[in-house]
Each structure stands twice: as C-alpha cells, then as structure tokens.
Design a protein around this ligand. Structure first.
Ligand SMILES: Nc1nc2c(ncn2[C@@H]2O[C@H](COP(=O)(O)OP(=O)(O)O)[C@@H](O)[C@H]2O)c(=O)[nH]1
Ligand SMILES: [Mg+2]
Length: 181
C-alpha cells in the first residue's frame, strides 16, 4: 500500500485466487501477451502490479489469495493489505473478481465478494476458463454462480474464456466505464 502511486484518478483492481487468469486477463485487455507476467507457478505475483491505461487511469493486478503454499504470515499480511486497499483507496472505482469456473466459489471468494458489497464497491465477477467445462457443467455452474451473485446488489457477473477470447467485451465495457474512458 505504502508504495502505491498517489491516490489520484481512477483504478480498477483485479482480484482472485492464484492461477484463475488475472494476469492473462490484463494481457488480453492490453492485447499484449507479455505485459503481465502469466505464470504456471501459482502465487508468483506478490506485488500490487500497476498498469497505466491512460493518464491517471490504472489497472491493478493483485496477488492471488488463498494460496496455501505461501506462509500463513504472508497470507495474513496480504489479507490486511487487501482490506486496507479496499477500504481506504479513494481512486478504487471498481473491482473485478475472477474465479475458475471448473470449481465452486470458495469460502475466500465469497468472503471477498461480500466484503466488496459491504464497502459498496461496484464489482464484476468473472467466471473464467469456461472453455474447460462440458456443456452440462457450464450450465450448472452458471446457475450456481448467478444465483449467488443475485443476492449482492453491487455485483454483476460474466462468464469468459480469456484463452479463447470469449466474453471479454463485457469486461472491457466494465473497465472503460469505471475508468471513465
Ligand atoms: N484453458 C484456459 N486457461 C486459462 C484461461 N485463462 C488463463 N488460463 C491459464 O491459466 C494459467 C494461470 O493464468 P494466470 O493469468 O497466470 O493466473 P493468475 O495467477 O490469476 O494471474 C495460465 O497457464 C493461463 O494460460 C482460460 O480462459 N482458459
Ligand atoms: Mg498473476
């Protein structure tokens, strides 16, 4: 937090567990495969990685949460950084939370979504890696996730495959709107 740029302008932050596709999404939005480090090794990103989209407009790639191989102490450190960032960053206009649709929402995803809701931060929940699901599990997962999100007044949902470039226009529109572009 203390190393971030001045709290001026607009920011959209990208959050999610490790390996769900946060860095890949930034690369897709930027149309640059090498921009954000996309890694096979989970838990690699341990910084607020800030990408300036235009003057005073940033996308922030945050470290993955719920990464068990990271020490408990590091997990607690990042939890408190997340909380502080969400609660105190004036420029934080909106958050994109990404999940891997092969799995159910995890306790940590639900906790984050509910916290963002309490803080009244506009949120887009992105159910990613849709290309890896069968037609039937796609349908089931969409019903489960959409059902949960319908209880949250500040949250909308979209299903994507960053790999197959599917569903990304909703993400682009959400980012543009909240970065006032
Ligand atoms: N099949 C598939 N793989 C994806 C998709 N999005 C990301 N990945 C892969 O998932 C892995 C983790 O992605 P990464 O962007 O590093 O996740 P991060 O840890 O959340 O930043 C990489 O191998 C990506 O190529 C997707 O939509 N479909
Ligand atoms: Mg990453």
């Amino acid at each position: 937090m203390s190393h971030l740029t001045e709290d001026e302008g607009y920011e959209v932050a990208i959050m999610g567990r490790s390996n769900v596709g946060k860095s890949s999404l930034i690369n897709a939005l930027a149309n640059n495969k090498k921009l954000a480090r996309s890694s096979q090794k989970p838990g690699c990103t341990a910084y607020f990685n800030c990408y300036q989209v235009a003057e005073n407009r940033r996308l922030i790639d945050l470290p993955g949460y719920g990464f068990a191989r990271r020490s408990k102490q590091m997990q607690r450190h990042w939890e408190s950084e997340f909380e502080q960032y969400i609660q105190s960053r004036n420029t934080l206009s909106a958050v994109i939370v990404i999940v891997d649709t092969r799995h159910m929402l995890k306790v940590s995803d639900v906790a984050l979504l509910e916290f963002l809701n309490e803080c009244q931060i506009p949120t887009l929940l992105v159910g990613n890696k849709l290309d890896l699901l069968t037609q039937q599990s796609k349908h089931q997962r969409k019903i489960q996730i959409t059902g949960f999100v319908s209880q949250l007044s500040n949250t909308v949902v979209e299903f994507t495959s960053v790999k197959k470039k599917f569903g990304l226009s909703t993400v682009v529109d959400f980012v543009k709107m909240h970065l006032c572009m």
